[in-house]
Design a protein around this ligand. Structure first.
Ligand code: FES
Length: 212
């Protein structure tokens, strides 16, 4: 299997880092654990990353938690809507972006830390202007790349901001492609997991591929 196919070792030409969909390469776990243990403010809202209920799982559930790909039906996901699936114990966001949302995404590159996706937080087939296989569907892990908190589920928009997601822990902001805004404590864009389309409206999360 090639590096591109397994999605695990896509070397970044500038940083030498690799695409690691199961962990945020910029997150120092020791530092994170220390901060969560010692910072009352920082700990609020932070989701535990452990999976404490493994013992109660059936064998198929354990296989799923261990990393088996999951199918997600997006046929009922309306334009402007978002759903959350779970893969490897992590939330996977799927956002059905409208034409209006997509147009706004190309208008604020100068406000972003990594608008051109230099840090390998996505498979190669998502390293494009929409950060997606199909422009209208964004797929990303809903886990902040700062200390691993869960950004707010709902996206917000204000007069001075094109809109996106805010992490309540320390205020990191991400756009509807999961790209982080400058000034956020999160160092990198949200991770895009390996995925592909089995049909027009069925996604397989956890396996590389492009359009069905
Ligand atoms: S965990 Fe600190 S901003 Fe998200």
């Amino acid at each position: 299997m090639s590096d591109k196919q397994n999605g695990q070792h896509q070397a970044d030409s500038q940083t030498g880092a690799s695409y690691q969909p199961n962990q945020s390469p910029q997150v120092n776990l020791e530092k994170r654990n220390f901060l969560i243990a010692t910072s009352a403010v920082g700990a609020i809202g932070c989701a535990a990353v452990a999976v404490p209920f493994v013992k109660s799982m059936t064998p198929s559930e354990r296989a799923k938690a261990a990393g088996a790909p999951i199918e997600v039906d997006i046929s009922k996901l309306a334009p402007g809507g978002k759903l959350t699936a779970e893969w490897r114990g992590q939330p996977v966001w799927i956002i059905h972006r409208t034409e209006e949302m997509l147009a706004k995404l190309s208008a604020h590159d100068e406000q972003l830390s990594d608008p051109n996706l230099e840090v390998p937080q996505q498979p190669e087939y998502c390293k494009n202007k929409d950060r997606a296989i199909k422009a209208k569907y964004a797929v990303m892990l809903g886990t902040c790349t700062h200390l691993g908190c869960a950004p707010n589920e709902s996206f917000v928009e204000t007069a001075d901001w094109d809109g996106g997601f805010v992490c309540p822990c320390h205020g990191s902001k991400f756009d509807l492609s999961g790209r982080v805004y400058k000034g956020s404590p999160a160092p990198t864009n949200l991770v895009i997991p390996p995925h592909k389309y089995l049909t027009e409206t069925t996604l397989l999360i956890g396996e590389d591929g492009e359009v069905a």
